[in-house]
Design a protein around this ligand. Structure first.
Ligand code: GDP
Length: 426
């Protein structure tokens, strides 16, 4: 049985917390796309952690953490993360890395930085982790698979060819120092040593696991609106953020994914550039940012302040639809307890016309939010465990949004901890 935990919006919806919570019942937790460019924040008995590459199941002794073939694997970052966990008292997790995962190379990170520099004001707001150059190379068929680290002859030949090609960009486009092939090969040898104990034929492993009825959890990074096909292209990420891609990025049959838990935050936040219709500014935004998440809405990887906005029903309905949502986990509801009234974006107005279907990027740039204001509940709802015990205005807020997006909210999260969750029937 496979479940996926994915995001409906721009990321940072609280997927890490929901995955960590559901991982209690899971045997295997898999990352299937993205890289170390985003982070999940998890609060549990060991403390507060930001994970970038490891799946959010690493804190349990009973789960196996898998890095699927779809991930952009930054080997030194993975190792730092493992050391950071074990150094803080977390038992060494069981980790498997797909032999088909590709490797983020040092030059991917440089090229990402140089390209953002070159674009200047028109930059994407990349985290400069090398993700876009990495996926470009993967699909241009010039990437390095983990398995290739173990074929010395092939590796040396590939390094030589790659350096020749990349140095044209380094010298002539970016005017930066060229890459040294010998140094790169030595780096890859060190990567080989680091990764060797974990390398696995993941799809074969998962095939056996499915036959043994193991509980498998797919953990998505970012959200629908950052998907390269269905998101706000080109201000998207470079790998698919959809549950459907879980089948590809992990290597399992699509029909095995039975539950798709789409995480929606009770308000909006986004990082990087791109249209954000329900965005708010000034003191109103600053207050929500400061109170948001667990200790403020600042990037888990970069520390950058996130852009803030009211809940966007148009974007979230679309976000849930593209994920194939069976359940919505509605998170960070406790944060809104300070507001007298809570605006919600229920439609977009484009050229005088109101729409509720999320449009393509060119139209989105012109969209203005149509807001409805709901009464706030003006109290702290943390610690409540039964839905009926939530204040009436708070339940009304949840039910109003459920109706607008058209997917069942079966989990309401009212705090960052594992137990801060209220289950609802469909
Ligand atoms: P992810 O990338 O989707 O996992 O999201 P992030 O980890 O970047 O952001 C979610 C933030 O909200 C983290 O700091 C979580 O600890 C926190 N969080 C998750 N759920 C809740 C919740 O229900 N209430 C509060 N206050 N914080 C939450």
């Amino acid at each position: 049985m496979v479940k996926a935990v994915v995001g409906a919006n721009w990321g940072d919806e609280g997927k890490g917390k929901i995955t960590d919570m559901l991982a209690k019942e899971a045997d295997i937790v898999i990352r299937f796309q993205g890289g170390a460019n985003a982070g999940h924040t998890i609060v549990n008995d060991y403390g507060k952690f930001a994970l970038h590459t490891l799946p959010s199941g690493v804190f349990y002794g009973h789960t196996t953490s898998v890095i699927g073939n779809g991930v952009a694997l930054n080997i030194p970052v993975l190792f730092q993360e493992i050391e950071n966990l074990t150094g803080r008292g977390v038992p060494m997790p069981k980790i498997l890395v797909s032999d088909r995962a590709q490797i983020v190379m040092p030059y991917h990170i440089l090229l990402d930085q140089y390209e953002e520099e070159r674009l200047g004001k028109k930059s994407f707001g990349s985290t400069k982790s090398g993700i876009a150059p990495f996926y470009s190379d993967k699909y241009a068929k010039t990437g390095f698979q983990v398995s290739e680290l173990f074929d010395e002859e092939l590796l040396a030949e590939k390094v030589e060819k790659t350096v020749e090609m990349k140095n044209v960009l380094m010298e002539h486009l970016y005017h930066k120092p060229s890459i040294d092939g010998k140094e790169l090969l030595a780096t890859l040898h060190s990567y080989r040593e680091m990764i060797a104990p974990y390398v696995c034929d993941v799809s074969a492993y998962l095939d056996r696991a499915l036959k043994e009825n193991k509980a498998i959890l797919l953990e998505g990074q970012l959200g629908t609106l950052k998907d390269p096909d269905h998101g706000i292209y080109p201000m998207v990420t470079s790998s698919s953020t959809l549950a459907a891609y879980g089948a590809i990025g992990a290597g399992l049959p699509p029909y095995e994914i039975k539950e798709i838990i789409t995480v929606c935050k009770a308000y909006s936040s986004a990082v990087g550039a791109g249209a954000f219709v329900s965005e708010i500014f000034g003191e109103e935004a600053e207050e929500l940012r400061r109170r948001g998440g667990d200790g403020g809405e600042y990037g888990a990887t970069t520390g950058r302040p996130r852009r803030m906005g009211w809940f966007d029903c148009v974007a979230s309905k679309y976000g849930c639809r593209l994920q194939g949502t069976t359940d919505v986990a509605f998170t960070v509801l406790d944060v809104l307890g300070y507001l007298d009234e809570i605006p919600v974006c229920v439609a977009y107005e484009i050229d005088g016309e109101e729409i509720t279907d999320f449009p393509v990027t060119a139209k989105l740039e012109k969209a203005k939010p149509v807001l409805r204001t709901l009464p706030g509940w003006k109290c702290n709802i943390r610690g409540i465990r039964e839905y009926e015990k939530l204040p009436e205005n708070c339940r009304n807020y949840v039910e109003f949004i459920e109706k607008q997006i058209g997917y069942p909210i079966t989990m309401v999260s009212n705090g960052p901890g594992r137990d801060d969750i209220i289950y609802r029937k469909k």
